[in-house]
Design a protein around this ligand. Structure first.
Ligand SMILES: C[S@@+](CC[C@H](N)C(=O)[O-])C[C@H]1O[C@@H](n2cnc3c(N)ncnc32)[C@H](O)[C@@H]1O
Length: 429
């Protein structure tokens, strides 16, 4: 089989149709349903092909049998579950076989439909041609048809709104545009673009390099999560749908009395549901101006403009500004796992002279590495807070848990703790 590796915008660049020729019966509409019952398992079913085709403006029905009159080109008959090659070019044998089978049917003995069917079976069976769209198949099977038997497709893919995001294995790269086109053809119009990740998530904005394999190059899309809707540009801002459950779990712990601050808020998946679902006042900050632009749009879109305020500052400046403005947040989210702990230094002496203000609970997301990721995550947080793993306060109430595994011996962890008074009222250095 051949393949094309050229890039194309067209979803029909590949021949995704297979011609199938079935034996069929032309019958009057009034008998069709009963004949179908009498013929039972001999009628085509499944495979996304309608077994009853309406013809002559509704005057005739074609009832497709599960028997092919010819072997199809390009595909193997085993690719279709219910279709049989038993009577290829043996029309007469099939007809006689069906005649004998239905004649022994006791339950329809006196029915007019059975008499009618027997009469139909005394004439030659028709042939009915169907153009079968292999888009219904799983991708691995389509690739086998279009590329070669040797390509396997074990990977799954991620969907972000109307974008399919692939992380293709090296051996699949020669077929990347073909794969992109097939996926687009399979899932269009719900999916508008297929991209492949070409470099690791990096830089302060946590975006990654991607190549558009097929479809629209505009990566602005919409996602629904935890009862809210988000618009985002997948090429310019951070988004990870795998965190939906984690974000829900944290939001569930909020009450309407809470004041929420998110120092690394992205397009708003913590602050917006906190306001919408829990009626919290919330402050969302991100250094990436594009994230803040989308966060602002999402705040409007979700009807929470009266509750959520945005900032576009470095996380430390954001936290300092809130305290300066006497906005005493009760919950602070810090989801920047590669660097969150570096920002904890901001708390040293931050509440000095403000001893009546409530100290916040901090949700610090961090990577935990090595054989004991719990200890590693806790130690990173302590080093960030006080520069040592042996702090002058009790750490037994610091909660540490795994959010998800990212790579071998690398976990996305959450360290949850109340800001220790020893840090908050310490002398500033
Ligand atoms: C891992 S993402 C988390 C985004 C969001 N909380 C979410 O769950 O989708 C980290 C975010 O921190 C932002 N960021 C990176 N450095 C920052 C800094 N110094 N101050 C504030 N935000 C920063 C990035 O732009 C990115 O949106």
């Amino acid at each position: 089989m051949s393949y094309c590796s050229y890039k194309t915008e067209s979803v029909s660049a590949y021949d995704l149709k297979v011609l199938l020729k079935f034996y069929s019966l032309s019958c009057e509409p009034k008998y069709c349903e009963e004949i179908r019952k009498i013929l039972g398992k001999h009628v085509l079913k499944g495979n996304q092909i309608k077994s009853v085709q309406v013809e002559d403006g509704g005057k005739t029905r074609k009832l497709l049998l599960r028997y092919l009159s010819q072997l199809p080109a390009r595909v193997s008959i085993e690719d279709f579950e219910h279709i049989s090659s038993d009577f290829i070019q043996k029309e007469k044998e099939l007809r006689e076989y069906l005649y004998l089978t239905v004649s022994s049917e006791q339950s329809f003995e006196n029915s007019a439909a059975l008499q009618y069917l027997k009469e139909l079976l005394s004439y030659e069976l028709d042939e009915y041609q169907v153009s079968y769209d292999v888009r219904h198949w799983p991708l691995s099977k389509i690739l086998k048809l279009l590329v070669s038997d040797t390509v396997s497709w074990p990977s799954s893919f991620e969907t972000v709104g109307s974008i399919i995001h692939l992380n293709l294995r090296e051996d699949l790269l020669p077929f990347k545009f073909l794969i992109g086109n097939i996926l687009l053809a399979k899932h269009y119009p719900r999916i508008k673009t297929v991209v492949n990740k070409v470099s690791e998530t990096s830089g302060p904005f946590r975006t990654f390099g991607m190549e558009i394999l097929s479809g629209d190059s505009n990566l602005v899309t919409e996602v629904k999560e935890n009862g809210c809707i988000y618009e985002l540009d997948y090429g310019k801002v951070y988004w990870n749908s795998k965190l939906e459950a984690e974000r829900r779990r944290v939001i569930e712990t909020f009450s309407s009395q809470d004041i929420i601050a998110d120092a690394f808020a992205g397009v708003g998946p913590f602050v917006i549901p906190a306001a919408k679902l829990k009626r919290c006042i919330a402050f969302g900050n991100d250094l990436n101006p594009v994230s803040v632009e989308f966060m602002s749009r999402n705040i409007l879109r979700n009807g929470v403009s009266e509750l959520v305020t945005t900032y576009c500052l470095d996380a430390c400046s954001f936290i300092e500004q809130l305290i300066r403005e006497e906005i005493y947040f009760t919950k602070l989210i810090m989801n920047y796992p590669s660097s969150s702990s570096d920002f904890l230094r901001v708390f040293k002496g931050l509440y000095r002279g403000r001893e009546n203000a409530p100290l916040p609970t901090i949700y610090c997301y961090i990577f935990g590495r090595g054989p004991d990721p719990f200890k590693d995550a806790l130690f990173s947080v302590l080093r960030g807070l006080v520069g040592t793993t042996d702090p002058p306060f009790d750490t037994s109430c610091f909660g540490v848990r795994t959010v998800r595994d990212v790579a071998p011996e690398k976990f996305h962890m959450l360290v949850e703790f109340e800001l220790p008074a020893q840090v908050a009222y310490d002398e500033k250095t």
